[in-house]
Design a protein around this ligand. Structure first.
Ligand SMILES: C[S@@+](CC[C@H](N)C(=O)[O-])C[C@H]1O[C@@H](n2cnc3c(N)ncnc32)[C@H](O)[C@@H]1O
Length: 231
């Protein structure tokens, strides 16, 4: 499929009700930290204060992990991509509260952002934490971690850089494992390592628990981590 003619959306826009003062704050902060979507290649370094490695998080939700990871790693730049306005508003308030100089936001469909704005071989890691599981079989095609989306991610990664995905949805975990394994240029970091279950990664200590991860654990779902490296 031609990635430019991609029509299937991996999200449904959720209503993110905000009070008048939240809306006002959102519009004020958006000017400072949100990069407008354009069908034009982005000069990444000019968007951040410092030229440093770029990590892109896709679908950061209410931004709990995003904010903690960015606070812990000031020498890495983070671009969060999300379509959910309430999530964007939350990350904006985290940026202000913790004076995060290394975080920027794009409020748009991540597939279009990658396609048009992100240069090839420029990204040091993708974080995709608990993407929408689309559990019904007829909706599986809307899952994010499928080809050709994974081909696009691979194209944007630098050599030796990685895609880190976590999910609490078992059949999505196996589906993504299959799709990532079949993606040209990617290698499963944990495929040959003993004591990992069928190619899944151990939970990485630095990855904080996310909002959706907590829900999954409360429902007694197991968490699956996957790490694929561009070879
Ligand atoms: C299930 S939530 C997980 C949120 C968060 N990562 C967590 O673990 O709590 C998935 C998020 O991905 C976002 N999303 C899905 N597809 C997207 C896309 N193509 N571009 C941007 N955001 C997307 C949705 O809006 C939603 O907020």
């Amino acid at each position: 499929m031609d990635t430019l003619s991609r029509k299937i959306k991996t999200f449904v826009l959720r209503s993110g009700r905000m009070t008048e003062s939240q809306k006002e704050k959102y519009h004020h902060l958006k000017e400072k930290w949100v990069i407008p979507f354009e069908k034009k290649l982005l000069d990444i370094d000019s968007c951040f204060l410092k030229k440093q490695d770029l990590v892109i998080e896709i679908g950061f939700g209410m931004a709990k992990a995003t904010s903690l990871i960015a606070q812990e790693n000031p020498t890495t730049n983070y671009l969060g991509i999300e379509v959910h306005k309430a999530g964007v508003a939350k990350l904006l308030s985290e940026i202000e509260m913790h004076s995060l100089q290394n975080v920027r936001i794009l409020e748009h469909d991540a597939l279009e952002v990658l396609e048009y704005m992100i240069p090839d071989n420029s990204v040091s890691a993708f974080h995709v934490f608990f993407p929408d599981p689309w559990p019904k079989k007829k909706h599986h095609k809307r899952r994010f971690m499928l080809r050709p989306n994974t081909d696009l991610l691979a194209k944007k990664l630098k050599k030796d850089a990685c895609i880190y995905m976590a999910t609490d949805w078992e059949d999505y975990a196996y589906h993504a494992l299959e799709e990532l394994t079949a993606t040209e240029g990617l290698k499963n970091k944990y495929e040959d390592i003993k004591n990992t279950l069928l190619g899944f990664a151990p939970k990485q200590d630095w990855r904080p628990e996310t909002g959706f991860e907590k829900k999954g654990k409360n429902a007694n779902r197991r968490i699956f981590d996957l790490v694929f490296v561009k070879s």
